[in-house]
Design a protein around this ligand. Sequence first.
Ligand code: BGP
Length: 471
Amino acid sequence: MYYESLKSFPDDFLWGASTSAYQIEGAWDEDGKGPSVIDMAQHQEGVTDFKVASDHYHRYKEDVALLAEMGFKTYRFSIAWTRIYPKGTVEINPKGIEFYNNLIDELIAHDIEPLVTMYHFDLPYALQDKGGWSNRETIDAFANYAKTLYENFGDRVKYWLTINEQNMMILHGDAIGTLDSNLENPEKELYQQNHHMMLAQAKAMILCHQMLDGAKIGPAPNISAVYPATSKPEDVLAANNFNAIRNWLYLDMVCFGRYNSVAWSYFEEKGYVPEIQEGDMEILADATARPDFIAFNYYSTATVEASRGNDDAKNSTGDQQIVIGEQGVYKGHTNQYLEKTEFGWEVDPVGFRVTLREIYSRYNLPLIVTENGLGAFDKLEEGDVVNDDYRIEYLKKHIKQCQLAITDGVELFGYCPWSAIDLVSTHQGSSKRYGFIYVNREEFDLKDLRRIKKKSFYWYKDVIASNGAII
Ligand code: BGP
């Protein structure tokens, strides 16, 4: 649909940006923090670890001041579970509570609404040691952790996100999740873990609604529209399959309290049916386990064709945005109409609008974008200048599509691109940068870690000041 004129962004639109604890904080073993699965993971050769990251733990005041200078209305960050509970449960670490109290107070002092992710890939290693998400005890450990967060921060935090990209942790279990790929039937185990995460999330939502008056809580999956490679009905069906497994499985559960039927048939066909204990479905179907909004991360769309023959690889790759396929279900296809980033991710602003429409029409809940952005090898030029025009172009196009989606009637209440400041990428080190603020370090040389405003910093500041009227 083309419009003569577009609706404006709502007056109270939450402009901001996102980060996650392990990618930005550093101080990985300071002040009583316990190890997480990320701290204990093997790092790829040539890529830095997360021990120092952007050193935000020691520089949060300076960082928040810079976010305030850009005019942020909100800031999405995650709490490191292992700072609060070094062993995942039982003993609270007061220093961890103190750090997030300080960060939240600092944000509020600058009129920035905290948007808190409870768990962003960094499961406490002590829990992983006991089976991680395969062990049902992790469900209650998460609910207990959520309760502690509400007790300590619920007086100031109004927006909560449960689990970051649960769907990516399951679809790429050995790369992002906590899967032991030596298991005999790893996929079956993954969907068992998935079931437990769903229960953990439901319990956290129920508690939030019981304990905090007026607080809002939502899931934070990675959602992208799925295109068929052609109009061949078999390709359309493959897209339908992948949509059910990649997207709707997760949102149908949290929004409707049931398993998506196509995804369930897929479990039956492949032998992935999870064990469901008595009472589980009641918890999942509980009316107070429903989200108040849906947060989602968007980088690109996915394009698939029918899986024909036995040439399809397993579905997992080390890269969360690259689709391979699964025998008899769907097969990844390169979309010839889309350009790619330096890192091979397809760029699809129009697909962003499609995704916004699809989510909204299916669930009819307010939406907030909690990730979207361009990873690039930025160059620091003389005089502390970073000319990241390509990032500005990328974000401009996506913000435009947000406005179009709003004009379509989608209830979008915030936009938080990835990332507020440079941080360490999930798999590709600190040279893959996303931020508005450059952090002066290299892969292994920490230099002085000083903060430098990129060209996109000044651009985004103007976007926010004009409430999206000037992009
Ligand atoms: C999402 C994660 C983020 C972030 C982002 C960019 O999947 O939620 O933590 O890492 O992707 O990915 P990458 O760092 O691999 O470029």
